[in-house]
Design a protein around this ligand. Structure first.
Ligand SMILES: [Ca+2]
Ligand SMILES: [Ca+2]
Length: 181
């Protein structure tokens, strides 16, 4: 999906990413870094970084003891470390999981002075984190919304995914099915 304002946090200050995901492989062969895949996101490194947000799943055998952690992150434009929320439960191959990531910069209070990320699994809120922790101010960049997004090096694909999406002003809805190869 090409870059579009409704897919960026600053447009309304709130972005909700909703997806049905179905992991077909708990240890995908082409992973990044400690062992994870970004299965959806607006991330482009190189030529002036254009980094916004990402949905991630860790491999069962990643090197950070995050077995099949499913998470979502908000970044500053230049990328690097982001603020994110997660849930980490045993995952079955072929299991459908309803995933919702909220990045909210509008609702600000003492624990969340710059807003927050929040994640839901199958309708239950599982985690919430403060954007102020790393002073994250999400940008509206030119990065396309992709699954998987372009990562640091144009190397082997980390995963393939088929998905379709519809959206309204502040909400991106992706119904997707991830496959790995
Ligand atoms: Ca957290
Ligand atoms: Ca944009």
């Amino acid at each position: 999906m090409p870059d579009d304002d409704p897919l960026s946090v600053p447009t309304t200050g709130i972005l909700t990413i909703e997806a049905w995901m179905r992991p077909d492989d708990l240890t995908p062969p082409n992973v990044e870094s400690s062992g994870y895949v970004h299965w959806l996101g607006k991330i482009t490194y190189g030529g002036g970084n254009n980094v916004e947000w990402a949905a991630r799943m860790y491999s069962l055998d990643n090197t950070e003891d995050r077995a099949n952690r499913i998470s979502g992150y908000a970044f500053n434009r230049e990328g690097g470390e982001g603020v994110g929320s997660y849930f980490q439960d045993p995952v079955q191959v072929g299991e459908w999981i309803h995933y919702v990531l909220v990045i909210n910069t509008v609702v600000r209070d003492a624990p969340y002075p710059m807003g927050y990320t929040k994640i839901y699994k199958n309708g239950d809120q599982r985690d919430q984190d403060s954007l102020a922790k790393l002073k994250i101010e999400p940008a509206n960049t030119t990065s396309p919304c992709a699954s998987p997004p372009r990562v640091s090096a144009p190397s082997a694909p980390v995963a393939s995914a088929r998905w379709r999406s519809t959206r309204t002003n502040s909400r991106a809805t992706a119904s997707l099915r991830t496959t790995t190869r």
